[in-house]
Write a protein that binds this ligand. Sequence first.
Ligand SMILES: Cc1cc2nc3c(=O)[nH]c(=O)nc-3n(C[C@H](O)[C@H](O)[C@H](O)COP(=O)(O)OP(=O)(O)OC[C@H]3O[C@@H](n4cnc5c(N)ncnc54)[C@H](O)[C@@H]3O)c2cc1C
Ligand code: SF4
Length: 513
Amino acid sequence: VTLRLLDGTTVTRPLERQADVVVVGSGPGGAACARELARHGLAVLIVEEGGLATPDDFRADAFTSMSRLYRGMGAQVTLGAPAMPYLQGVAVGGTSVINGAISWRLPRPVWQEWIDADPGLEEGLRWRDLETLFDDLERDLHIAPTDDAVAGPNSHLLGEGAEALGIAHRPILRNVHGCRGLGRCLQGCPGGHKLSMDRSFLDDACSGGAEILARVRAERVLVDWGPRRLFSPPARRPRAVGIAGISTGGAPVRLRARVAVVLAASAVQTPLLLLRSGLRHGPTGDGFAAHPGVSMSGRFADPVVVWRGATQGHEAHGLCHEGLKFESLGFDIAVAATRLPGVGRELRRELADLPHRAFWGAAVRARSRGQVRPLGQGARVHYTLGLDDLRTVRRAVSLLGRMMLAAGAEHVLPGVHGAPVRISDPAEMARFEHEGPLDPGAYSMALTHMFGTARMGTDPARSVVGPGFGHHAVDALHVADSSVFPSNTGVNPQTAILALATLAARSIVRGLG
Ligand SMILES: Cc1cc2nc3c(=O)[nH]c(=O)nc-3n(C[C@H](O)[C@H](O)[C@H](O)COP(=O)(O)OP(=O)(O)OC[C@H]3O[C@@H](n4cnc5c(N)ncnc54)[C@H](O)[C@@H]3O)c2cc1C
Ligand code: SF4
């Protein structure tokens, strides 16, 4: 992999650059968009706040990798009930560097919901185009079911539990090549086997002439507002002409865009950039949607050794229509330890027993919506789960426990405040679905999939970008990440983001005539 990259720590004097398109963010959205633009011969500059990390830099312990590769050291938390950590990568390659490599096409029923709610969207999101793109993405990113030889016991047991409960399950499709089951996807793959953006699409984009400005933070979109006229409407629509930012070396950076500016800074940072640039159009920053995730561990007589094998190798997808999806979840030993009960001698016993624990997670397609607003240099994410969503979370916990017990767990640790610390009776776990607490504070959840904060739609009053990914109020400004998704998807979003960002690039190219 050879990336054309300038590191902003070396930029200590004001820097001015020009390109056809300036893309903010090098995660799946930015990388896929830049790759497609470069393929069409456009000169692309990608500006990325994080630095480049190579497999040699990745460390096994979660806390070191969080401090280096996760935004806010992994300690960003939503405001609301319950308060939830929301995890994001900050690196060349974005969150793909530290994600589980799970690859899902956008489900057709979700696409259909979007089109039914706003038929005009089909103009920019034709299903036929998406299907062709998914075929191409699966080929280009080696997307394939997890090899049984590397899946490991944590994943195999999930298959057994789901089978026992009659829930459809399968090996997870992942964007990896030669995965050896080192169980470290969430800390960065030390063998370079995960085809994260820094090892795939950014390489393609750079081969096509794109350049990455790493460790440079975009602070606002530069907008040419046109001649201002008192008491009469503007002479013409405003136009995005670049990005103003700052390098880690402390120098101001001005990037001029001849054709377009693309925001792909994630569903949290993209609306922040818009708002910080004074672009408050319509629901910018509203409509935040997510997949709250709960996890559970269970004790098995035989060792599971959750930190070996594919980080996420098996999933139960049979209840996706209910908004529930289950996955095996390989944690670093230090993170796994935080989920154990007790203190002192009891905790020591639990720690010694850690190799016998399986860990699985459930992602909930929550209906609740939140809001993203700037707070100093950071974000305020307001997000509270409604009662319906809490019922789904409760069902998720119940099913996780029942699957684990059916797979042979001696007991499970539900990790729910107010519930027994250990449950070994499947009937008790089943009762939890109706009798478990509905107090949001009882559950520990985290967010890794976020959507909807600059959503796409035909009505400028109720959306931020149109079906061609262009901002409703500002010309030459486009959004190419999951901010544009009208809703959450119920499945892991990376592949859908890659597809939509590619379509965003094509729309920019079409606009050139
Ligand atoms: C632990 C974890 C595991 C996950 N596992 C999976 C999985 O297995 N499968 C899946 O499909 N999804 C997974 N996801 C989610 C998936 O990785 C994200 O949905 C996806 O990466 C989002 O893509 P994006 O391009 O919108 O944003 P990101 O990937 O977050 O990239 C945005 C980039 O923009 C940069 N940026 C932000 N603001 C600025 C600024 N002002 N100036 C310059 N740069 C900026 C950021 O530093 C970041 O690098 C996971 C997420 C997490 C946290
Ligand atoms: S499971 Fe391990 S070897 Fe496989 S891609 Fe993830 S970190 Fe790399």
